[in-house]
Design a protein around this ligand. Structure first.
Ligand SMILES: Cc1cc2nc3c(=O)[nH]c(=O)nc-3n(C[C@H](O)[C@H](O)[C@H](O)COP(=O)(O)OP(=O)(O)OC[C@H]3O[C@@H](n4cnc5c(N)ncnc54)[C@H](O)[C@@H]3O)c2cc1C
Ligand code: FES
Length: 349
């Protein structure tokens, strides 16, 4: 592997585990000097730089390990038909190899609460969910329910681990497996019946888009408050060219608007005055000034570039992370934010 790009670290694959015929887990060795940077919360993900013969792509994979129960970070990758990254992981990433990785990110995590937990996972969507379950069982007293849908029994990832967790915590965890080849796709009325007794739970959804849309609509129709529904969408990150094209479009949206000549940026306990070029995002401004703020997707999706607005105003082009309430409280995605005020101050701290 050539030297990893700025912000990335070369991590060695300590073990490869066959989970199902089309999914493998990859356990990583973490040198002690990187341990603080790679501290994570259950439900977060890692971003990998995959060097294919003809291009380099970025792919996110959720941690299926939990910090409280697993000694080393582990991700689990399921093949997608025709997919570049997932098949490369399954076919080419071997024990002992190294790969460029970004530190953990993501907001699909447990919130401080004693409310019960209800998880809906489909296929590889079990990955962050099993992490949340392990962490929640270890660190809270919350009751949990998992509804896990798969094509067929051979596709069920972590079957043995889930069975063992259920056996160890019979009064706290109940798992229902739904197999499409036996019962057809899970329907809203079945999903509604399965949440009986968990109406006041926090709901975590991860799986194929139609599955999550069905569950989300069912929950909303059943009166669940939006702030109790947490969703992780497994998309592929855009290519560099796609990000650039999107940026050009977004910059035109703020053309002619008021903007500052410098942006005040708080990062790692220091304050920086970064010169501002019209059309740039706050993230671009920080990076052009030589700062190293966190970021991954540059697509308004992963949340790793999040910061707080201290003074001034920005226009956010895309935002798949923060609720309107959180935006109102000053949370911004710096990769998507362009200043629209004469002064601007933001804090990554
Ligand atoms: C936060 C997050 C966490 C994730 N966690 C996990 C996880 O734990 N486990 C997991 O398995 N996945 C996870 N994913 C999904 C993962 O990042 C990838 O999206 C997934 O592996 C597919 O990537 P790929 O490169 O294999 O497929 P891609 O190459 O992106 O292709 C996806 C699909 O598009 C089709 N396609 C590709 N290029 C073209 C084209 N030019 N024209 C037409 N069709 C095309 C392919 O045939 C394929 O069906 C996660 C995603 C996110 C954002
Ligand atoms: S870098 Fe992913 S949301 Fe900004």
């Amino acid at each position: 592997m050539s030297a990893p790009a700025r912000g990335y670290h070369a991590l060695r694959v300590a073990a490869v585990i066959d989970e199902t015929p089309d999914a493998r887990s990859f356990v990583f060795e973490l040198p002690s000097e990187l341990a603080p940077l790679y501290r994570y919360k259950a439900g977060q993900f890692l971003t990998f730089q995959v060097a294919l013969p003809d291009e380099t792509i970025l792919r996110c994979y959720s941690l299926s390990s939990a910090p409280e129960t697993d000694a080393r970070p582990k991700v689990t990758v399921k093949r997608v038909e025709g997919g570049r990254g997932s098949n490369w992981f399954n076919d080419s990433l071997r024990e002992g190899a190294t790969i460029a990785v970004l530190p953990p990110a993501g907001l699909f995590v447990l919130r401080e609460s004693s409310a019960p937990l209800c998880f809906f996972a489909g296929g590889s969507g079990i990955t962050p969910v099993v992490s949340l379950i392990k962490s929640g069982l270890k660190t809270t007293k919350r009751r949990m329910r998992l509804i896990y849908a798969n094509r067929d029994v051979r596709s069920v990832i972590f079957r043995a681990e889930l069975d063992a967790l259920e056996r160890e915590h019979p009064d706290r965890l109940r798992v229902t497996h739904h197999l499409d080849d036996k019962s057809g796709f899970l329907e809203a009325r079945q999903a509604l019946a399965l949440i009986a007794g968990f109406e006041d739970a926090d709901f975590y959804l991860c799986g194929p888009a139609p599955f999550m849309e069905m569950v989300e609509s069912m929950l909303v129709a059943a009166g669940t408050k939006r702030e109790r529904i947490f969703i992780e969408r497994f998309i592929s990150l855009p290519s560099h060219q796609e990000v650039e094209a999107e940026n050009t479009l977004a910059a035109s949206e703020v053309a002619g608007q008021l903007h500052p000549s410098v942006v005040m940026i708080h990062l790692d306990g220091r304050t920086h005055r970064a010169p501002y070029c019209a059309g740039d995002t706050v993230l671009e401004t920080a990076r052009k000034a030589g700062l190293e703020p966190p970021f991954a997707c540059e697509d308004g999706y992963c949340g790793s570039c999040a910061a707080k607005l201290v003074r001034g105003a920005v226009k956010m082009h895309k935002n798949e992370v923060f609720s309107p309430k959180e935006v109102e409280a000053g949370n911004i995605l710096t990769c998507q934010s362009r200043p629209c005020s004469a002064e601007l101050e933001v804090s990554y701290d």
